[in-house]
Design a binder for this molecule. Sequence first.
Ligand SMILES: Cc1cc2nc3c(=O)[nH]c(=O)nc-3n(C[C@H](O)[C@H](O)[C@H](O)COP(=O)(O)O)c2cc1C
Length: 353
Amino acid sequence: MRTIEPAQLSIPQLQGLLQGAIAPRPIAFVATCDSRGAVNLSPFSFYNLFSAHPPVLIFSPALRARDGSSKHTLENLREVPECTVNGVTHAMVQQTSLASSEYPRGVDEFVKSGCTPIPSTQVAPPRVAESPVQMECRVIEIKALGQGPGAGNLVICEIVLMHINEGIFNEQGSIDPFKSDWVARLGGDWYARSSQGLFTVPKPLSTLGIGVDALPHSVRRSTVLTGNDLGLLGNLEKLPAPEDCKKARSKMKLDPILGDDYNVTGDDHNVTGDDHNVTQDDYSMTGDDHNVTQDDYSMTGEKKNVTGEDQTLVEAHLMHKQERVHRLAQKWIADGHVQNALALLMAYEMESE
Ligand SMILES: Cc1cc2nc3c(=O)[nH]c(=O)nc-3n(C[C@H](O)[C@H](O)[C@H](O)COP(=O)(O)O)c2cc1C
């Protein structure tokens, strides 16, 4: 790990590092106006939702890195403490980027970026028609976070009215992440597009999972199972019953001897009723890379009492075997059969005790 004290870095170095580390960040496309009604539009990725009741969002126009001067957005908010915050989709990301250019004060970035202003209902600044979510906001507080170049200014806003495009709702009335197609900012020139590579993480059990600490030591220390695998195992409601483990042990044909004895095929591994559809090939249980046979390990028959080099070989073999069991469990977890995977792991644990 690289250990970094913020104070040791220059402001641009630190800012670059932070923007890479705290990412991806959603983008607020903020419209403001000054006391004479001149409109400004700029993007801010130091932005997020902070409360639902009352509905509060925050964003931060920093003092300019170049000379520590205030950005126009901040100056406007001090004059007229209202804004609209508009979400940024992939279809409007280039116009958003253009609006971040440092046009002189008084230049309307709606005009420069070609975005379409539409009047707001409750606040003076207009909304961005191209954005599927437009929020009318009143400033609760502006908190300066420091002085000089790079210092942020926390703008805390209450959302007083939301306008949401019908087209981004799903049938259940929630905002559909594929339809909304938000973009977010990372470090440097990098952006992320939320509709690409989406995945879901169901909320943890409300009845409380057993926790990773309840898993056997060998499972927690596994070199095969990932943190995500452990998280899913720890979210199970209970440890498998001894009968399930026993069933797993016999069904899996777990045996101190590696190799063909596993014989894991479709029906065989149906530990607690679910069909995993796992075949021997899927798991390379007898693959060439393993090439482990009963003879190699001489753990049965005439060579039961292994010592010295043999002992090392046996230990290596057992590690290898555990790895293969863990790989099988991992596949089951990926297939959604988490409870059965834990039964398999516990069965192996019992077998190797
Ligand atoms: C996607 C994106 C996100 C940005 N986020 C921020 C930010 O969070 N804070 C900030 O001070 N500047 C941010 N900027 C830079 C400002 O948009 C830029 O300084 C702009 O000129 C400010 O405009 P203004 O002076 O009219 O307020 C961002 C730029 C882009 C393209």
